[in-house]
Ligand binder design. Sequence first.
Ligand SMILES: [Ca+2]
Ligand SMILES: [Ca+2]
Length: 151
Amino acid sequence: MFKTRRFLTLAVAVAGLVAATGTPALASYDDSFATHTVTPSDCSDKSDPAGYIYFVDYGEGDLSNPAKNDDYITLRDTCANGNGVRGYAFLNGTSLGSVYNGKGNGSFVVWDPFGNVKAGDKVGIAICSVNGSGGSPYDCSSVFVFASVDG
Ligand SMILES: [Ca+2]
Ligand SMILES: [Ca+2]
């Protein structure tokens, strides 16, 4: 129950983020979703996740991206714990590798390992805290998989 409520809150936050950065004029369905490192964390408030990973379905119609390659990852560090976060991406069960954010609390990195996601593709994301770019992952989320409704 708690996890479901938490996720719904995140989904609203993602929708707000997209709305704030532009209007996805032609996207008929927003396939964006997110997850976060598990709690209790090593943040000063142990109920705060150390980071969030967002799959962003910007939608067609972005004039800066005529190839319509508009699906990407945003990886946020939300905790001043001295450690960074690593995000992982999967497409149809295949790992697309990972990305590291060691820029500190409040920072984010953008990563686009997907190409153009198509309707029915199964997008997976996960995130861990990590002590340095080569450090061992900890406080990992499970892999969150959603099937894209319309790419
Ligand atoms: Ca979509
Ligand atoms: Ca951090």
